[in-house]
Design a binder for this molecule. Structure first.
Ligand code: B1M
Length: 212
């Protein structure tokens, strides 16, 4: 029987076919999809990040590992998003300008869909203006900004500033991503911050005033 640690190793080593196979096997053995994500896949990317920081691997290896994780997430998405409820709240989500990291943002989107939100995903490298246009077009109750680079944190701040200047009293702003902290969220005037996908659901529901 496969272990979650085997999946962590497969992602860290960028073994796409093995990552998919282990994901399938773990699910077949009864593992919960969010456990597979949080205790199998995410730690694998943590290892990749450490190795990259220590110059043991480079961008291509990071990319290969990311592809393996994405393949597995594709498989898990229907299970994570199977809420069966009619969406009542709309969330616009994206990774901020200059930032191409999308795995965390995609994971948050899946969890939000699973929690019954209508999610409008703008993708990566999203300019402040594009967020604003989408929020206005969709009448979003919440806008989620993700940033993975310290160098793109200013873009997050600029986006919050633009959204605030547009006076949207019914739209809450939520931020997250590896370098983001509650202190930074407070400093730039966001309404909410979450460190991980599970908390992101909890905070999003609280911000829009969802009861269930
Ligand atoms: Co990049 N990268 N990367 N990278 N990369 C990091 C972020 C880094 C920490 C690696 C390291 O040095 N240890 C480092 C940033 C350092 C810093 O800024 N301090 C880094 C760097 C430097 C770079 C480049 C500059 C490298 C280069 O080119 N020299 C470059 C930048 C490109 C760009 O964006 N302009 C780059 C490129 C890439 C790849 C393209 C190769 C690839 C991304 C592929 C993709 O996303 N499609 C990549 C990867 C894979 C990583 C690491 C290894 C993994 C990121 C990831 O997917 N994690 C990462 C190291 C790490 O994070 N340990 C690293 C898994 C994911 C589930 O977690 O995204 O953190 P995460 O999301 C979490 C939470 O943060 C939170 O919930 C999620 C689930 O728990 N969360 C939110 C995220 N968004 C949220 C929003 C919310 C709430 C919570 O509300 C709205």
């Amino acid at each position: 029987m496969p272990q979650l640690s085997d999946l962590t190793t497969a992602v860290a080593e960028g073994k796409r076919a093995e990552t998919v196979r282990l994901t399938q096997e773990l699910i077949a053995e009864g593992a919960h999809p969010s456990t597979v994500v949080e205790q199998g896949l995410v730690p694998g990317m943590g290892i990749v990040g450490e190795r990259f920081k220590n110059n043991e691997i480079f961008v291509p290896e990071m990319l290969i590992a990311a592809r393996a994780m994405k393949e597995s997430l594709k498989l898990l998405e229907p299970m994570l998003a199977d809420a069966g409820v009619k969406p009542k709240y709309t969330v616009v989500v994206g990774t901020v300008q200059g930032d191409l990291h999308d795995i965390g943002k995609n994971l948050i989107s899946m969890m939000w869909r699973g929690a019954g939100f209508n999610v409008v995903d703008l993708g990566t490298n999203v300019s402040p203006e594009k967020y604003l246009a989408a929020v206005q077009e969709h009448g979003a109750h919440l806008v989620g900004l993700s940033a993975l680079l310290t160098t793109t944190m200013p873009a997050m701040k600029a986006t919050v500033q633009l959204l605030r200047s547009a006076n949207l009293p019914n739209t809450k702003i939520m931020v997250g991503g590896a370098p983001i902290t509650q202190a930074f969220a407070d400093e730039i005037g966001a309404d909410g911050y979450a460190a991980d996908a599970g908390t992101a659901v909890e905070i999003a529901k609280k911000l829009v005033g969802a009861t269930a």
